[in-house]
Design a protein around this ligand. Structure first.
Ligand code: GTP
Ligand code: MG
Length: 214
């Protein structure tokens, strides 16, 4: 009797991720995987970013949450083509889930695909979704110790956003400590201080996306 064994979940995920990336490459779409803790501001960032770049870089969003279509409803309200994935308990998106979501989108009309991962600082880091670039967000209300405590989120990031920067003075938050901890883990990724309340740093973020687009 022949037994086929998929060695482990990560290996199977990696194969699906490579297929997603090839599909996105063929369509000349840049896939951007956004990872952060719950409530850091991922959907708010996309509510600002998608309309700001719409004329030059049409974008769609795949958004992952355990339950509800609330984020998809917010993004649909600003006119973004959006597909919601409900993981029903899963703490991260998988490449297979993203593959199914890709079937719902017209990739030929897109230049950018944002994937808003499930809010979680640990699990999404281990799962390649077929993205080209990875965004790690930390919002200042989470605390200035979080980069050092959750290094797997920040180490592989291609860009790091220190978000809700408008709140930095109201909180007991040591911004220099955040920058120093990032510098110990990742000297490759640019770091932008951003806010969707004041628009601080958003131009830097948009310009970075422009440089990454095929
Ligand atoms: N002060 C401030 N608040 C913000 C900013 N960005 C987002 N928020 C607020 O933070 C809260 C959470 O924002 P979301 O965009 O829903 O966060 P999220 O990361 O998508 O949350 P999940 O999808 O649940 O993980 C909302 O009340 C936003 O209005 C910001 O730059 N500054
Ligand atoms: Mg969200």
């Amino acid at each position: 009797m022949k037994i086929n064994l998929v060695k482990n979940v990560l290996e199977a995920n990696e194969a699906a991720a490579e297929q997603n990336r090839r599909r996105l490459d063929d369509a000349c779409v840049l896939a951007v995987n956004i990872t952060s803790a719950p409530g850091s501001g991922k959907t708010s960032l996309l509510e600002a970013t998608v309309p700001a770049l719409a004329d030059e870089l049409p974008a769609a969003v795949i958004v992952g949450d355990l339950q509800t279509t609330r984020d998809a409803e917010r993004l649909a309200a600003i006119g973004a083509a959006t597909t919601q994935i409900n993981t029903e308990g899963g703490c991260h998106l998988s490449a297979a889930q993203v593959a199914k979501a890709l079937d719902t989108l017209d990739l030929t009309s897109l230049r950018l695909l944002f994937i808003e991962n499930v809010g979680n600082m640990v699990c999404p880091a281990a799962f390649d979704l077929g993205e080209h670039v990875r965004v790690a967000m930390l919002s200042v209300p989470e605390g200035d110790d979080k980069v050092a405590k959750y290094p797997t989120l920040f180490q592989p990031a291609d860009v790091i956003l220190i978000h809700k920067i408008d709140l930095v003075d109201a909180l007991d938050c040591d911004l220099a400590r955040i920058h120093a901890d990032i510098a110990k883990l990742n000297t490759r990724a640019p770091v932008f201080e951003t806010s969707t309340k004041t628009a601080a740093g958003l131009d830097q973020w948009y310009n970075w996306l422009r440089t990454k687009c095929p």
